[in-house]
Write a protein that binds this ligand. Sequence first.
Ligand code: IMP
Length: 193
Amino acid sequence: MKLIIASNNKGKIREYKDVLEPFGFQAVSQGEEHIHLEVEETGSTFEQNAALKARAIYDQSHCCVIADDSGLEVEALGGEPGLYSARYKGLPTEHERRLAVLKGLEGKENRHARFVTCICFIDEKGEEHLFTGIWNGIIAEREEGTNGFGYDPIFISEDGNGKTTASMPLSFKETHSHRAKAVKKLIAYLQSR
Ligand code: IMP
């Protein structure tokens, strides 16, 4: 089965190809299908944004499509950065966005946080199927580690032995992360069809 990945992000496309192809699914990017769209993320939930992106590509291709949306939710910051994780407070770099989270938590005892990924799969008939992965943890006192991206240097997962995700080998995220959990549910569903 062919699946179009609704993304222009090379890293994300590579990751999906790597996880789906061993299961016999042919993953192609929207670019490979000559669909040149940058869909605006105007939804108010991860689910809505993933569905918006998938639907836009489905409407042009009428093929099976996968899109996702992810972010970090920090309890004591009312769920921020959340949907705005990639552009938190309009700050231009990942480092500045991490510092903004650390600053927001200064003096706060509650450092609980979670990463969320929602994947939307649209099948050949145009029906939507949503798969969510959640990775619970806490926000570290300071940045640590150089692996990964985004908020990994300040996120200590509940299964991370007290280390930030950026201090763990990349293979750890491949099996434990929010994205890994959502992908696992997607693959189980695709195999059951
Ligand atoms: P996206 O929707 O997957 O592109 O993720 C949006 C933003 O959430 C990213 O730009 C990161 O700031 C943050 N994020 C999502 N997943 C991760 C992760 O696995 N580690 C660190 N940050 C992440």
